[in-house]
Design a protein around this ligand. Structure first.
Ligand code: K1U
Ligand code: ZN
Length: 171
């Protein structure tokens, strides 16, 4: 297993829709294991393949408190969403230090393939539902700040730039 570098915003790979995984090969299993290790180390509750430089439709997630419920979702699709929406703070490992309120569906149903090639349909609510929507956005080439107003988007970019300049200065 390996910890992979996390692609930082802005980067063209974070803006590009990802391709379907066509076969669950050794490479895909290795990528899933490396993504999980990278997510736990960060630490994060989810990670999408483009965030580690692979434009493929796969994500890993673990929203459990004890970090013992790893899920790998291959070619995930949201097939049902609740009418009810909620607003909560989100962050992103590709935009460290930026936290903003985003509106999401309170509950979703996601269909995906697991690493054994089985098709699963899973209802989700709470943080899991938020995480699924955040990670599926990455697979479409969207980051969470794309949901903000122009003003808030620009402020988030400026904050990111400032943090990076400060980090470079103290390095
Ligand atoms: O995609 C990513 O960059 C991972 C990101 C996903 C996320 C999902 C839901 C809400 C916010 C962010 C993170 O894991 S950010 C860091 C994190 O560890 C965290 C987020 C929410 C609650 C608890 C922890
Ligand atoms: Zn993210």
């Amino acid at each position: 297993m390996a910890i992979l570098p996390i692609v930082q915003f802005p980067n063209p790979i974070l803006e590009k829709p990802c391709a379907d995984v066509t076969e669950i090969t050794t490479d895909i299993r290795q990528l899933a294991a490396d993504m999980a290790e990278t997510m736990y180390k960060a630490p994060g509750v989810g990670l999408a393949a483009p965030q580690v430089g692979r434009s493929l439709r796969m994500i890993v997630m673990d929203v459990s408190e004890d970090k013992n419920n790893l899920m790998t979702l291959i070619n995930p699709e949201i097939i049902e969403v609740s009418e009810e929406v909620c607003t909560g703070e989100e962050g992103c490992l590709s935009l460290p230090g930026i936290w903003e309120k985003v509106e999401r569906h309170t509950a979703v149903t996601v269909r995906f393939m697991n690493l054994e090639g089985e098709e699963i349909t899973m209802p989700a609510e709470g943080l899991l539902a938020i995480c699924i929507q955040h990670e599926l956005d990455h697979l479409k080439g969207t980051v969470f700040i794309d949901h903000l107003s122009r003003l808030k988007y620009d402020r988030a970019c400026a904050k990111l730039k400032k943090r990076r300049a400060q980090a470079a200065k103290s390095a």
